[in-house]
Design a protein around this ligand. Sequence first.
Ligand SMILES: Nc1nc2c(ncn2[C@@H]2O[C@H](COP(=O)(O)OP(=O)(O)OP(=O)(O)O)[C@@H](O)[C@H]2O)c(=O)[nH]1
Ligand SMILES: [Mg+2]
Length: 254
Amino acid sequence: MSVNLYFIGNAGCGKSSLTSAFKNWMQSNGFSCATVNLDPGVEWLPYSPDVDVRDWINLNSVMQRFGVGPNGAQIVSADLLALEIGKIKDAMEELRVDYYLIDTPGQMELFTLRESSNFVVEALGKQKSLLVFLFEPTISIKPQGFIALLLQSLSAQFRLDLPLIPILSKVDLLKQEDIENVLLWGSDPTTLYEALTKEGSMTANMNIELFRVLETLDIFQNLKPVSAETGYGIVDIYSQVQFIFFGSEDLSKD
Ligand SMILES: Nc1nc2c(ncn2[C@@H]2O[C@H](COP(=O)(O)OP(=O)(O)OP(=O)(O)O)[C@@H](O)[C@H]2O)c(=O)[nH]1
Ligand SMILES: [Mg+2]
């Protein structure tokens, strides 16, 4: 059974670049994989998608047909995707690869909140599917921002009911000190608590309460620092996928 990796995260966090870099890495390591673009509104991609939702759904046509603006068209398109998913699935299956790297729309809520996405995930095969959630670097380096993204990742995980690999993206843009802080927050909840207290913001008390809830939910996981630009950390995503589905971090093709 093939593995479906859904790249999700806030607008501009690096989903398409990572889809592209991950495909290049997989191909140069001899793994069979294909890219799937699920964003009907994208004008340019850093890779040539093997399967492209734009072959079936055109944002301009949706705007004209349904008399809606660009945002409304994105919402209608998300639902149309569920209707067209059989054709997209057939196009994917024809490729007969082991890994499908699925790039999702820039407005994350279109993918993580709408019921149609559950249908899409089911239709494409839920059993070996997982979410690669990109933490946007400039938001992540502030404790409040980090918690906000943590909550979004939790919401996506609950909504789609899939395992999730958290990624700190574009780490080539961050100072080493900032990377170390964020990684520490992701692995040791007490350091995040301390950082929040130090900030002394108006909402610190509320954040701390929220933090306690998060702590009891046990969602703190090790973030993986990755750069699509330099290729740093891409191997760690692959290892984590192996670990989740096959119980091993070996770089084996079996
Ligand atoms: N320095 C650096 N820039 C990156 C990296 N990944 C992406 N970028 C840049 O960040 C911008 C957004 O990247 P995309 O890959 O388009 O992000 P996205 O999440 O697909 O964006 P939307 O689909 O519009 O939400 C582009 O200008 C990329 O060149 C990275 O690892 N390092
Ligand atoms: Mg994109």
